[in-house]
Design a protein around this ligand. Structure first.
Ligand code: NDP
Ligand SMILES: O=C1O[C@H](COP(=O)(O)O)[C@@H](O)[C@H](O)[C@H]1O
Length: 499
């Protein structure tokens, strides 16, 4: 038993799906190994396929073995014995009676105290249906807490997100709704606030007096894979910018919260979105670049362009890359550009935030025509997790030149340090009732309002194709030009392990 041990039933809607197998079962197993889930928990897997409980338990154990490093067979066996399976169509209200009977039985058998977490690992068209039936069929009327975890995407625009939210709030209070953004579960994303507010040296210079620009890059090497049906309607703007990129921006730019609790942190994040500069159509054209990957080469192999991927419409204008220059119009950030970029089939898989500091007031070394690199603070989100600070020093025996040096800290470079997966942390938090790293409705609504302004402008210029970039590059030249006209360049993703 540890202080975080939870008694609860978890209902996993979409239990035969990709997310459940690759992420959720392994995450639950980790929580079991760490003692957060012990004797008093049960998981009910729901989908339309037919399985006996024992068959499902085997599937769960196999999925954990396949998608994690777990190989303790006894632990896997006792963990999976807590899993039950229910064949149900979530659109059929009658099937919820079977769910209620099973949950009541499990509450008694596992002494869960009636606590229930409903995890919707299902396609978004079911996000409104399930909470409605959970309430109308009385499943949420039992003693104990009832929380619902909703996967992304939360709507396709402000209008659909609002409709969905209203539907969910008919059945669950805002405090019991956990909207997932898995980037918020990443170790170094959670570390941003500690780096900022736990180090006086950074917080005192974290403003437009000392910071020249901020860059946030999340690049992927994968292409659209088998998700074209979803991605064709989404594109990189909705898939990555509306959620993950804006979340990182909020954490970098927010004011210090009065207290380190859920409400204060979320309040400060929301204020960043309220200060985000909205562009008119012409400004969108100037400041937001959309790209699409063409064929190219990655790790020595040729890969097809987006238009040749399976299930992509001929001549599709879906963007697989977005770069943008954003401004936060408040006292702290006035005049500081925030450059963001994200894309598929880029040169490396990397997520990094780079804070570029201004040059000192008197450029003594530049006067000698010597290259003077700016000081950079890099927050390495993935694959390496850590921090590095680029400074300039004097090379040994040379008085006139500067030598760039890096001070770095890597959280996961030694094999023995294994950061918890984002899903493990987020499931743990939702079981503990800590919603800090989940998105509150006002954050979601404001982010959609901003994103809608861009997608509406793009839909008007739907004759214009996205700029093409070769697979294996860092995006189209238009993204480079976006910075060059301001006298900046993108910093290449870096690697902590080389040092
Ligand atoms: N996969 C990933 O890496 C990620 C996924 N997500 C989100 O997670 C959610 C799930 O994604 P993913 O696991 O990939 O989806 P899948 O298509 O792989 O799985 C969907 C699941 O829903 C079940 N299902 C479908 N229709 C019904 C129904 N009417 N009644 C009961 N069960 C049903 C399916 O089982 P069956 O057909 O047997 O009924 C299956 O278990 C989506 O919202 C996605 O956007 C978010 C981030 C990453
Ligand atoms: O939400 C999503 O994120 C992944 C990238 O996540 P990461 O943790 O691997 O950086 C992206 O591939 C996917 O398209 C998107 O839906």
């Amino acid at each position: 038993m540890n202080e975080n041990t939870i008694n609860a039933s978890i209902v996993l809607f979409g239990a035969t799906g990709d997310l459940a197998h690759r992420k959720l079962f392994p995450a639950l197993f980790q929580l079991y190994q760490k003692g957060q889930l012990q004797e008093n928990f049960a998981v009910v897997g729901v989908s339309r396929k037919d399985f006996a409980h024992e068959e499902f338990q085997k599937i769960v154990a196999e999925a954990v073995e396949t998608h994690s490093e777990a190989d303790d067979h006894d632990a896997l066996k006792s963990f999976s014995s807590h899993f039950y399976y229910l064949k149900m169509d979530v659109t059929d209200f009658k099937s919820y009676h079977d769910l209620e009977n099973l949950l009541n039985q499990l509450d008694r058998d596992y002494h869960t105290g009636g606590n229930r977490m409903y995890y919707l690992a299902m396609a978004p068209q079911f996000f409104g249906t399930i909470p409605g039936f959970l309430k109308s069929e009385g499943i949420t009327d039992t003693p104990g807490w009832h929380r619902i975890v909703i996967e992304k995407p939360f709507g396709r625009n402000l209008e659909t997100a609002t409709e969905l939210n209203e539907k969910i709030q008919e059945s669950f209070d805002e405090d019991d709704i956990y909207r997932i953004d898995h980037y918020l579960g990443k170790e170094m994303v959670q570390n941003i606030q500690v780096i900022r507010f736990g180090n006086a040296i950074f917080e005192s210079i974290w403003n437009n007096k000392y910071i020249d620009s901020v860059q946030i890059t999340s690049s992927e090497t994968l292409g659209v894979e088998d998700r074209a049906a979803y991605y064709e309607k989404s594109g990189a703007l909705l898939d990555m910018v509306q959620n993950h990129m804006l979340q990182m921006l909020m954490l970098v730019a927010m004011e210090p919260p009065g207290k380190l609790d859920t409400k204060h942190i979320r309040d400060e994040k929301v204020k960043v979105l309220r200060s985000l500069r909205f562009y008119n159509e012409e400004e969108i054209h100037e400041n937001v670049v959309r790209g699409q990957y063409a064929e190219g080469s990655l790790n020595g192999s040729s890969v097809p362009g987006y238009l040749d991927e399976e299930n992509v419409a001929a001549g599709s204008k879906t963007e697989t890359f977005v770069a943008a220059k954003l401004f936060i119009d408040n006292f702290r950030w006035d005049g500081v550009p925030f450059y963001i970029r994200t894309g598929k089939r880029m040169k490396t898989k990397s997520t990094e935030i780079v804070i570029q500091f201004k040059q000192g007031p008197m450029a003594l070394y530049r006067a000698n025509n010597v290259k003077h690199p700016p000081n950079l603070l890099r927050i390495h989100i993935q694959p390496d997790e850590g921090l590095s600070l680029s400074l300039n020093a004097k090379p040994h025996g040379d008085n006139m030149n500067l030598l760039p040096i890096d001070m770095s800290f890597c959280n996961n470079c030694q094999n023995e340090v294994n950061s918890p997966e984002a899903y493990e942390k987020l499931i743990s938090d939702s079981l503990l009732g800590n919603a800090t790293y989940f998105t509150r409705w006002d954050e979601v609504a404001l982010s959609w309002e901003f994103i809608d302004s861009i997608s509406n402008a793009w839909s008007k210029e739907n004759q214009v194709s996205p700029a093409r970039y070769p697979s294996g590059s860092m995006g189209p030249k238009e993204a480079d030009e976006l910075l060059e006209k301001d006298g900046f360049t993108w910093w290449d993703p870096s690697n902590l392990r080389r040092s």
